[in-house]
Ligand binder design. Structure first.
Ligand SMILES: Nc1nc2c(c(=O)[nH]1)N[C@H]1C(S)=C(S)[C@@H](COP(=O)(O)O)O[C@H]1N2
Ligand SMILES: [Mo]
Length: 360
């Protein structure tokens, strides 16, 4: 079993993975409700937070559209707003537990959070532009930029850019300017960011400035060299951009190496999520995976947002070590693998994670 790495805390209690660029992890043991407060919502950035001048900021829509145009921030705010809760999980969440150690920020359990996002529907903006029948994808560009330090990568500076099929873009994607009812903060992508329900966080482009409708598959850096995985087809392994979150339950409490009292009733808590389905079952093992028992699912399921759960654990009377695990299943019958699939590289970590505690 891998043990957590040493880390620093920010004054606000966030786990600091990196200061420049800013990468902050939610202390997952503090999970306390469906909505993650903005101050505890994880932050994942590849480059410095861009300086944005609101006087000149525009959202540009171009490419395979009838009418390329720009929207000012005020014009966007005049459009019909929609609010939805969406869980974002970084595709690298849980990477710190991989052996051998994987490259990249050493996220433990806290590169996942859930917020209520308010913004305009991407579909409404695309309708204004009149996307041509020839277009198959929409590309999203952030204002942030920097150089790729490790080859292979393009020379010079690039913007953070991702694409998605138009089918998804026209479905439920939001262009958000508010988070939990407050104005979006710079760290989370102000003034405007994409929110892609059900997809790993990398698709939810922050500091959005440009949408390009395209008639060709986009093979940008962040969906080929980075944020992609190998899929074994019938011919040869092929590189696929990471998209949908895989079913997963995480234990919030107890945490690694926590002390629990022998003989007490301990309430194990956590969250579980999946994509385009409901969490129908969370099972808990307190004996390292030998036996499993159902946890209680809380509240109603909300599509593409996590579901909280709890489990009353009768802690053994005998002091020693105990290993807890959680396993989620969704309404599509998908569940978590017991073992890691190495074709996923350092991403999509959803095999069951053992948490060892000390019974005293
Ligand atoms: N422009 C831009 N958008 C971005 C990123 C980035 O570095 N630049 N990081 C992505 C990744 S990898 C994740 S997991 C989410 C994190 O969103 P958050 O910082 O609000 O939690 O933003 C995504 N959007
Ligand atoms: Mo991410």
């Amino acid at each position: 079993m891998t043990t957590p790495t040493a880390h620093a805390f920010s004054p606000g209690g966030m786990i600091v993975r990196e200061m420049e660029p800013l990468n902050l992890e939610m202390p997952f043991g503090s999970l306390d409700g469906f909505i993650t407060p903005v101050e505890l919502f994880f932050v994942r950035s590849h480059f410095a937070i861009p300086d944005i001048d609101m006087k000149t900021w525009r959202l540009k829509i171009e490419g395979e559209v009838e009418t390329p145009f720009e929207l000012t921030y005020d014009e966007l705010r005049e459009m019909e707003p929609h609010t939805i809760p969406v869980t974002l999980e970084c595709a690298g969440n849980g990477r710190a537990f991989l052996t051998p150690q994987a490259k990249g920020a050493q996220w433990e359990r806290g590169a996942v959070s859930n917020a209520e996002w308010t913004g305009v529907r991407l579909a409404d903006v695309l309708r204004l532009a009149g996307v041509k029948a020839s277009a198959s994808e929409a590309i999203f560009e952030g204002a942030d930029e920097g150089e790729i330090k490790e080859p292979p990568g393009p020379a010079g500076k690039i913007h953070y850019t991702r694409s998605m099929p138009l089918k998804k873009a026209k479905d439920d994607v939001l262009l958000a300017f508010k988070m939990n009812g407050e104005e979006l903060t710079p760290a989370h992508g102000a003034p405007l960011r994409v929110i892609v329900p059900g997809w790993y966080g990398m698709a939810s482009v922050k500091w959005l400035t440009r949408i390009i409708a395209s008639d060709k598959p986009f093979n940008g850096y962040y969906q080929t060299i980075d944020y992609a995985y190998w899929e074994r087809g019938t011919s040869a392994p092929t590189l696929i951009p990471i998209t949908e979150m895989q079913v997963k339950a995480q234990i919030a409490r107890p945490g690694f190496a926590d002390a629990v009292r022998a003989g007490e009733m301990y309430q194990v808590t956590g969250a579980a999520w999946t994509t385009e389905a409901e969490i129908t079952k969370v099972e808990i093992s307190t004996d390292g995976g030998a036996t499993w028992d159902d946890a209680r699912l809380l509240r109603e399921p909300v599509r593409n947002a996590w579901r909280l759960w709890e489990y009353d654990w009768q802690v053994p009377f005998k002091p020693g070590k105990a290993t807890l695990m959680a396993r989620a299943t969704d309404s599509e019958g998908r569940t978590q693998p017991a073992k890691r699939d190495d074709d996923r590289g350092s991403y999509i970590v959803n095999h069951c994670l053992p948490i060892e505690v000390n019974v005293r």
